[in-house]
Ligand binder design. Structure first.
Ligand code: GLC
Length: 565
């Protein structure tokens, strides 16, 4: 593909805004759209090309807006449609694009579609998965069990019983009923809603758990016990997904032949093979997917709330596997952070002695891969996990559910809370740290989630003028996406895959060979001998994360270097 007909997102860096926590303009303690607009200069200075905005639609907020009650209206807590139009205009003026969150695997149970569907006689009944229960042999007369053994991703049965006795399917919380994509009227309603947003000037969609939309015929039981999220085994990989995505492409995006959108599908448990199918441009489905393999490498047998120390070899191998699998056809998204992950620097870096170095190292390594990098708010200044200590400090429904389930299993509360502090999604959701003043400049009111005390020294204002700050490093890194062709087009080769501290790889095209080196440890690390590393000493440093650049010799603690050989 020549760079002339290359879609813009191949050389783009996208920034994710989690609106509740970004900037509050009206002092209610919750971020909002005018707040985002007031901070666009920060994003323009960072150099990002597009913003992915987490949901701002009307919602009861049981899952912070991922439970939508009206797809075509803005929740008053975030502002108005006019505010959103103003945000789009202000972004376009600065040459930035806006990608909205599209949450169409499920709605809120307060969405009028679902409310109507509660009535068995209503035509909208078939818009959701309503099923009779199974007779319960151990129960009393008329007692029933859920229609199958699927478990919700947020734990517990994926079925909720309604007053009438029927059950409805919810892959997440009970207040997030799954839409039935098998019903043509559902798809038509969604496509028309999407066109309505594109007509308003929106430049694409990030599609929430999109690979769950096609359910297997008859909703059969999952093999094995009802473990958390076992339905994924049955739903992920269902071939109907490809039919729906291709139809969506025709019915929505193809109607705008003069515009190039960005579409990225969040896909739980997706394999590289499925991702190739979805992102192969010739198949005309999506541009890229958010996969989870690399952010799950340190999960233990019991899943995310069973975190294990990171084995760097697993993380390197995972990213490399996806680089190779999508090298010929398809395209990768690149991320370590988002609103569902604990802060990567707290998880894999060293926040005590080498905070600056490990924040920049993680960024450098990620952005030197092939694909479209995503930066999550606060990542660009090295924001860390919050020291959560008590259950009352959490706001996330998933955290509450996990605590409930673990307590019921009889696990000691200190153990549960210790694990939650490491892995909870609320770590990513504490307010953005703009300055060292009250509430970090996020709000004049009482923030909905506590502000980290480290905002006193870890904040945007302190980093703007500092050439050696994490923020300045991100600016340089993001600019390289535009200037260095090899990052977009070069091949990828992982070096020293068995090394436990060194992450090394080579990017190459006909003209250039770029060697990337990163020391994931608190110790000095010698550069291995080997053909791949010859030429390093005389090479030209493209970017390093130590202020004196990349002096030849061993790598210092958490040092990152990218060198043209
Ligand atoms: C996605 C979202 C997450 C949400 C879930 C259900 O994984 O990123 O925040 O809880 O979908 O909508």
């Amino acid at each position: 593909m020549s760079s002339a007909d290359e879609p813009w997102w191949r050389r783009a860096v996208v920034y994710q805004v989690y609106p509740r926590s970004f900037a509050d303009s009206d002092g209610d303690g919750i971020g909002d759209i005018p707040g985002i607009t007031s901070r666009l200069d920060h994003l323009a200075a960072l150099g990002v090309d597009a913003v992915w905005l987490s949901p701002v639609y009307v919602s009861p907020h049981v899952d912070n807006g991922y439970d939508i009650a009206d797809y075509q209206a803005i929740d008053p807590v975030f502002g108005t449609l006019e505010d959103l139009d103003a945000l789009i205009a202000a972004m376009h003026e600065r040459g930035m694009r806006l990608v909205m969150d599209l949450v169409v695997n499920h709605t809120s149970d307060e969405h009028p579609w679902f409310v109507a569907s509660r009535d068995p006689a209503n035509p909208k009944r078939s818009w959701y998965f309503w099923r009779p229960g199974r007779p319960d042999p151990d129960g009393g007369p008329g007692a029933t069990l859920p229609p199958n053994n699927w478990s919700s991703v947020f734990l517990g049965s994926a079925w909720e019983q309604d007053a009438g006795g029927s059950y409805y399917l919810h892959s997440f919380a009970a207040k997030q009923p799954d839409l039935n994509w098998g019903e043509p009227a559902v798809r038509e309603a969604i496509y028309s809603m999407m066109r309505w947003w594109l007509d308003r000037g929106v430049d694409g969609f990030r599609m929430d758990v999109i690979n769950l939309i096609s359910k297997p015929e008859g909703l059969p039981d999952a093999p094995g016990g009802p473990t958390a999220g076992n339905q994924l085994e049955m739903v992920v990989g269902d071939p109907g997904l490809h039919t729906y995505l291709a139809e969506m492409r025709r019915e929505v995006f193809d109607r705008y032949p003069d515009r190039t959108f960005l579409t990225v599908g969040e896909m739980l448990a997706v394999t590289p093979e499925q991702a190739v199918l979805v992102t192969d441009p010739e198949r005309r489905e999506l541009d890229m997917v958010f996969q989870f393999e690399h952010v799950d490498v340190d999960h233990g047998q019991l899943g995310k709330y069973d975190p294990q120390p990171l084995d760097l070899r697993d993380l390197k191998a995972s990213l490399a596997r996806w680089q190779v699998a999508l090298a010929e056809r398809g395209w990768n998204s690149l991320y370590f952070n988002n609103h569902d992950q604990p802060r990567a620097i707290s998880r894999w870096g060293d926040t005590s002695q080498y905070w600056r170095e490990s924040a920049t190292l993680l960024a450098g390594v990620l952005h030197m891969h092939r694909g479209t990098p995503f930066v999550y708010q606060g990542e660009e200044i090295g924001m860390t996990n919050y020291p959560f200590a008590r259950i009352e400090e959490y706001r996330d429904i998933e955290a509450a559910r996990a605590y409930e389930v673990a307590t019921a299993l009889g696990l000691p509360s200190e153990l549960i809370l210790g694990t939650m502090a490491k892995m909870s999604r609320d770590n990513a959701r504490t307010p953005m740290q703009w300055d060292g003043e009250a509430h970090a400049g996020f709000t004049t009111g009482q923030p909905w989630l506590p502000v980290h005390l480290n905002h006193l020294w870890l904040n945007v204002a302190d980093q703007v003028e500092d050439a050696d700050s994490v923020l300045s490093f991100y600016k340089r890194l993001i600019a390289l996406r535009k200037s260095e062709d090899v990052l977009t087009t070069g091949t990828f080769t992982l070096l020293e895959p068995d090394h436990k501290q060194l992450w090394a790889f080579l990017r190459a095209d006909e003209r250039d060979r770029l060697l990337v080196l990163a020391n994931f440890s608190d110790d000095e690390l010698g550069i291995p001998d080997g053909d791949a590393f010859t030429g390093l000493d005389g090479g030209r440093l493209l970017l390093g994360n130590y202020p004196d650049g990349g002096a030849p010799g061993p790598l210092r603690p958490w040092e990152f270097r990218a060198v043209y050989l």
